[in-house]
Design a binder for this molecule. Structure first.
Ligand code: UAG
Ligand code: ATP
Ligand code: API
Ligand code: MG
Length: 486
């Protein structure tokens, strides 16, 4: 794909131009390490580096045009320099234009919130496909164009990758795309210029304070997504969340709401909840689903409401919900011959963990012992570590604190942060085992028939990142292996 620079520049507010704009560019990059002949380089200021420092380098390597906030002192005559006020925003808009506005040719629905994005987006993708439509999915677990699976490195891809994927979806005949919109993606304008048919808010609780600094800033980041929607879109919000109404208070989109408790447009009631599934009453009709826990009732209701807002019939949506199966690594069971039930769940925030342990406690019988194995990621929000440990200890019979993805931190340091959250007098029910496999093995070894083990935090992940290196690791695989051997 190639395009005329002056065509795509129409999408950004240009402050100054040095050089020719009637040139053809072969692609857009924002990482100097990917520089190649004929490309447009956008210099972005990040958290670690400033793209402006690499302008001279990319020019040497054949880049034809540069978009920047400050023009370099030395300009090369064969290169075009474009000055804008905000290169991060420009990058999104240029990528959108370069791929010829693919989001306008799809019904694109974005899901934002601390928890439930992957679940809701994946179920929507499965739902429309089961009704015969072609669709794409951009999620933490993987990106999909129909059956084609593409690895995902981020929850929301960067602007160039994102628009490229949307273009491929359009070219392959997809009429829908469901995507997770992370708060990082909103702030970093990965979604700038996209046309959303709808936006869904699930909830906002403690996470990512390493990046957003305060909870208020985190709320503002999420709200920006709704502020930017246009009048033809729908904004669907969860009014049981304390910030559900705030999210949509300045949007131009038509506002709709869902809830289990407060007043809203789409209502759901849990009739029955056990380890096999939930009987729900949605919009006055009962439906049996294979999902467990109140938090999943919210996700299913969000899926149902979005379906209705996209124009699907009520009965059709409920039939689809009843046939759905859980998403990889979200409350997934691994059972042993001795009838020990292990639950693998991606709960990696305090709220998600509290939801999962509360769900298990509501459903289990008093004689079923409940052991939680949990850690916390390195190079991420440190303040959630003691909170997660406290939640695990207060709501389980026994807890094994272990490593998640230590990334570039010392696993022992992360565990020290977690240990600070153990309530006084509870130390006796906590073990600390740094090696995650050993931790899971120990949990299995001390369990008896009918007991429950929750392995939280990594869900679908098939690696463990230690000292910046990814090693193969899969909670489900480890559990199966251990269960085979006992
Ligand atoms: C904190 C964060 O979001 N970081 C993302 C951000 O990096 P950054 O701002 O730190 O970039 P930087 O390293 O300072 O570099 C600034 C600019 O200089 C450029 N550069 C840098 C070095 C060089 O040699 N040459 C060069 O041109 C970089 O390409 C970049 O354009 O922009 C990069 C390019 O798009 C992302 O890859 C990177 O994601 C990092 C790897 C990351 O871990 N992100 C996570 C936290 C993230 O985005 N998570 C969210 C949400 C997850 C959730 O909700 O659960 C997600 O959407 O995945
Ligand atoms: N609606 C919900 N409310 C609260 N917790 C939830 C909800 N849905 C799922 N969870 C919990 O959060 C975990 C992550 O769910 P999911 O992957 O759907 O969220 P996500 O928003 O995509 O997360 P990420 O930010 O990592 O992309 C689940 O394993 C479960 O423990
Ligand atoms: N998207 C989240 C995932 C966290 C998953 C957990 N296993 C961890 O590594 O902290 C993040 O990057 O913060
Ligand atoms: Mg996700």
């Amino acid at each position: 794909m190639a395009t005329k620079l002056n065509d795509i520049l129409k999408q950004v507010a240009v402050l100054e131009v040095k050089g020719q704009t009637s040139i053809t560019i072969e692609g857009i990059i924002f990482d100097s390490r990917k520089a190649a002949e004929g490309m447009l380089f956008v210099a972005v200021k990040g958290t670690q580096a400033d793209g402006h420092a690499y302008i001279a380098d990319v020019v040497k390597r054949g880049v034809k045009a540069v978009v920047c906030e400050t023009l370099p002192e030395q300009l090369e005559s064969e290169v075009t320099y474009i000055k804008v006020a905000d290169t991060t925003e420009a990058l999104g808009r240029l990528a959108d234009a370069f791929y010829e506005f693919p989001s306008k040719e799809l019904k694109l629905v974005g899901i934002t919130g601390t928890n439930g994005k992957t679940t809701t987006a994946t179920l929507l993708f499965n739902a429309v496909r089961s009704m015969g439509y072609k669709a794409g999915l951009l999620s933490t677990v993987a990106n999909y164009i129909e059956d084609r699976v593409l690895d995902a490195t981020h929850t929301t891809p960067d602007a160039v990758e994102l628009n490229k994927l949307l273009r491929e979806m359009v070219d392959e005949g997809c009429s829908y795309c469901f995507m997770e919109v992370s708060s990082h993606a909103i702030v970093q304008r990965r979604i700038a210029g996209l046309k959303f048919a709808g936006a869904v808010f699930s909830n906002i609780t403690h996470d990512h304070l390493d990046y957003h600094k305060t909870f208020d800033e985190y709320i503002k980041a999420k709200k920006l997504f709704f502020d930017d929607l246009d009048a033809s879109a729908f904004a669907l919000t969860n009014t049981d969340d304390r910030n559900g109404k705030v999210m949509v208070q300045n949007t131009k989109a038509s506002v709709h709401s869902y809830s289990l408790k407060s007043a809203s447009d789409f209502k759901c009631k849990i009739i029955e909840n056990d380890f096999d599934g939930m009987q729900l009453k949605i919009d006055g009709l009962e439906v049996w689903t294979r999902f467990i826990g109140e938090f999943n009732a919210y996700n299913l209701l969000a899926v149902y409401s979005t379906g209705i807002l996209l124009g699907f019939a009520k009965e059709e949506m409920l039939t689809v919900l009843s046939a759905m199966t859980p998403v990889s690594g979200r409350f997934e069971y691994v059972r042993s011959k001795q009838k020990i039930t292990a639950i693998v769940d991606y709960a990696h925030t305090p709220d998600a963990l509290l939801n999962v342990v509360s769900t298990i406690n509501k459903i289990r019988k008093p004689e079923q012992k409940f052991i939680t194995v949990v850690g916390a990621g390195g190079n991420r929000d440190k303040t959630k570590r003691p909170v997660m440990a406290r939640i695990a200890v207060e709501n389980s019979d026994m807890v094994i604190l272990t490593s998640d993805n230590p990334r570039n931190e010392r696993a022992e340091d992360i565990l020290d942060d977690m240990k600070a959250g153990i309530p006084e007098g509870s130390a006796a029910k906590v073990l600390v085992i740094v090696d995650r496999k050993e931790a899971i093995k120990t949990a299995c070894a001390i369990s008896r028939a009918n007991d429950i083990i929750l392995v939280a935090g990594k869900g679908h992940e098939t690696y463990q990142e230690i000292n910046g290196v990814k090693h193969h690791f899969d909670d489900k695989e480890v559990l199966r292996e251990v269960f085979e051997s006992i």
